[in-house]
Design a protein around this ligand. Structure first.
Ligand SMILES: Cc1cc2nc3c(=O)[nH]c(=O)nc-3n(C[C@H](O)[C@H](O)[C@H](O)COP(=O)(O)OP(=O)(O)OC[C@H]3O[C@@H](n4cnc5c(N)ncnc54)[C@H](O)[C@@H]3O)c2cc1C
Length: 425
């Protein structure tokens, strides 16, 4: 006979969203003077592993400028009202109430004052301890069924019987930290749809890769994704040039739309025939100003060789790659450059176009596009419209955001909404 554990709320997945839902439900039960009978079921050896890796170990936990436009197009209308009610001030207040002091950087990204992701997890774990939330790690869920008013989570050696069930299983990204493929199947057995999944916040493979010599070279650029020559998304920031294409935060922020195009031939829900990524490597200069600068430098004898032409303006190795992409010999004499070639160099610096071929895989990505279809859940509670007492939260749903604290923000607030609702019986 398998041991049966009786609980009021079972939470599958001990990541940011699952832990938050447990704390919020426990606090609410405490306010109602009811006992806390909540359990977190986590497949890996400990809860919150991914939190430790976020923000390069500093945990960028929200952003001052939370807005639905920082999330995938298909979720925007749905999550807009939730984001308005549960904005960054709300989340910062929540963290303050449990002992975490927050600071912002100059881009509006919020971090714990001590800049340590591990402290965020320590503080969350402390709350679980204070309210007596149980955690079961190394759990292997075989199946989940609902019979009458209870869910039965079959974990091979034991069965968890629970009145409410919160599914907080994350996505497919960084599979060493969390892998939810089986959890998608559990939801489809309940009749829920899973939308197509693909990696986001990931390097993009383009028609042009770069030599190893460019490895580690970064440039600050204005980056534009165009769909059929219309602007689909603009970013500004650091770009990295890799052997297979482009990387860096602003490239990551375009990767969800590139994935959408490659999977559905749409960009922000609109049909598109082709897409390009355009880099402007000198956003403070106009095309004419760059041409003028090139002419001036050609006139001065010290810049004899083509690849010395923009010394001190653009990284030398990067400028060499620009010349190559214009079919200009980097070793050639710069006073032999034609007007057409000078125009070509200037316009490449201003509008260097790349065609996205693919995105790197889930292993390299920070977030998953797609997942359990959000629209089958009530937006005020995140309870299933199909199965009473079932909730889904976090990245497990088809919600994904930009880099900058938007994904953790969604994990905390969706956990908050579901945890609060699930605590009422
Ligand atoms: C390297 C990296 C850096 C990031 N940095 C940031 C950042 O700075 N700011 C930001 O906003 N976002 C960041 N993100 C994204 C962010 O971490 C996630 O979007 C967020 O953690 C999602 O929270 P979640 O609770 O939905 O899922 P997760 O944190 O993935 O948690 C899901 C949990 O469920 C468990 N699980 C899955 N299936 C099962 C199952 N069948 N049974 C039991 N347990 C299961 C998993 O083991 C995991 O512990 C980063 C992501 C990565 C990979």
């Amino acid at each position: 006979m398998k041991e049966t554990i009786h609980t009021d709320i079972a939470i599958v997945g001990g990541g940011a969203s699952g832990i938050t839902s447990a704390i919020v439900a426990a606090k609410s039960l405490d306010r109602q003077n009811k006992p806390c009978n909540i359990i977190i079921l986590e497949q890996s050896s400990r809860i919150g592993k991914k939190i430790l890796m976020t923000g390069n170990g500093k945990c960028n936990l929200t952003n001052k400028n939370i807005d639905s436009k920082n999330y995938n197009y298909s979720a925007r209308n749905y999550i807009g009202p939730i984001l308005k009610e549960f904005n960054s001030d709300f989340i910062i207040k929540f963290f303050k109430s449990i002992g975490l002091i927050i600071k912002y950087d100059n881009c509006g990204r919020a971090y714990p004052y001590c800049e340590q992701a591990s402290v965020v997890l320590d503080i969350l774990r402390k709350q679980l301890e204070i309210f007596g939330v149980k955690t079961l790690c190394d759990i292997n869920i075989h199946s989940i069924e609902k019979c009458k008013d209870n869910f039965f989570v079959d974990c091979h050696d034991k069965i968890i019987k629970s009145k409410k069930l919160i599914m907080a299983c994350g996505g497919k990204s960084s599979p060493t930290l969390s892998l939810c493929t089986d959890a998608y199947k559990i939801l489809t057995r309940f009749g829920h749809k899973v939308t197509k999944t693909f990696p986001s916040l990931v390097p993009i493979v383009t028609n042009m890769g770069f030599e190893k010599s460019l490895k580690g070279i970064r440039a600050t650029a204005r980056v534009t994704l165009t769909a059929d020559n219309n602007i689909a998304k603009k970013e500004f920031g650091e770009v990295q040039f890799t052997e297979t294409g482009l990387s860096g935060i602003c490239i990551f922020n375009l990767s969800g739309l590139v994935g959408e195009f490659l999977n559905f031939s749409t960009v922000n829900g609109k049909y598109a025939k082709n897409i390009s990524i355009i880099l402007d490597l000198m956003p403070d200069f106009s095309l004419d100003e760059i041409k003028e600068l090139l002419y001036q430098r050609i006139k001065t004898s010290s810049y004899d060789c083509n690849d010395n032409l923009f010394l001190g303006v653009i990284n030398k190795r990067l400028f060499r790659a620009i010349l190559k992409s214009c079919n200009i010999n980097p070793e050639g004499k710069c006073d032999r450059l034609t007007r057409v070639q000078i125009y070509k160099i200037a316009s490449t610096i201003k509008n260097w176009a790349f065609i996205p071929i693919s995105c790197l895989d889930f292993k390299h990505s920070q977030v998953t596009c797609g997942g359990i279809d959000l629209h089958e859940f009530y937006s005020k509670t995140l309870e299933s419209k199909l199965i009473k007492g079932l909730y889904c939260v976090g990245e497990f749903l088809n919600v994904d955001g930009d880099c900058g604290g938007f994904n953790l923000h969604w994990a905390w607030i969706s956990g908050y909404v579901a945890g609060e609702s699930a605590s009422y019986f």
